[in-house]
Ligand binder design. Sequence first.
Ligand SMILES: [Ca+2]
Ligand SMILES: [Ca+2]
Ligand SMILES: [Ca+2]
Length: 416
Amino acid sequence: MQLQQVSSAAADGCGFSVWRTAPALSVWLCAFGLVVSCSSTIQPAPADARSAQTPAPTVVTNASPIEVPLAPSVALLPRQLVATGLANPRGMYLQSDGSLLVAVAGTGDPKDPLTGGILRLHDANGDGDFDDPDERKALLDRQPSRNLFDLVRRDEVFGMSGMAFGGGELLVSLANFGGPSKLFSISGDAVQPWSNTSGNVNDLDYDARRKVWVGVASTTDELVELPPGGRAQRIAKFPPLQSGQDAVPAYLHYDPYSGDVLVTLFSGSPEGEEGGKGVELIARAASIVSVHAETRSVTPAVVALTVPTDLELDPQGAIYVLEFCDAFIEPITSREQMQAGPLHGGFKRFSGRLLRVDRINRTVSVVAQGLDAPTNLTLANGYLYIAQGMGTPGRLIPRPDGTSAPLTGFIERIKL
Ligand SMILES: [Ca+2]
Ligand SMILES: [Ca+2]
Ligand SMILES: [Ca+2]
């Protein structure tokens, strides 16, 4: 299909009329005197390994966001379980030898606070999974792991997080809640410190147009640039959403079709993350926004999402985005309560899904559902790897069929 470039020319003179749900944004950015480019310029694909598949620059970022319908079409793709028994698997990277690097955030157990690390999974016996003896090696261990349930009343573990490759480097972040964060580079089996930075860098990616690393800091609601060895520098700060909840940037991905960075804005609690009962969730209030670094313009790309986490782009420019859950229920106020289970523990278990947003035909479909608290997504060799099972490993959680099972971190993959 031939796409037409659509200008985001704004009626309000500020370039943000497309942000219909958050009028405060234009006010905020205008107040800082930021000038917005009104055209969606499409850059040729930069010379980066990931964008080698990018077709000619014909995909156009439209001015009007794509809205997720209340009941999107369902086109489920077969899923294959490839790894189980992981303590909060997060960022992943498939190496050329077929081994899968996985950052694990750890157990969040205060009695053993250093359970995070980086694993290399290798299917030594060739049976299609990474669960057999001698198929796992720790490249890094003893990294901090913390459960935030005492703050947010949901079973949420922080620690090692995003992983991405770009510009010849493979980086992974350690997201200390409230910061500072550490970034590491991985080369072969060696893991080296890359930088320390303030803020909580939950996800990072390589901006192949500007040849810099970028990250999201979810505690300060910022998109930041990550210089090697140095401190993060703010690119954009996301103002509160319409209902007053924080527009928490959760994950990001460089968009070779626009040269911008796509950021998922997880809609925080209207009571503040530490307020309320921990179950306040405004469904369909979250979005993916496209951020242009030089102009700092923030343009909604996909709206009416609920708790979006990681996102990926396929060679057709379609966006795959995870939704973590569809409700916040059964909050927890003590570790004893959490262990008494089975209970959801804040996040409704097995209610996550994976959406495919076709930016050419402007359609949205569900390609996976019933996911258990999925956080991270990686596209490699025609497969999407989905890291799931956020929370306290081993505690009992309700399953959709009415039974219960111990919580476990696992990875499934989907063939596209
Ligand atoms: Ca195996
Ligand atoms: Ca096996
Ligand atoms: Ca990401």
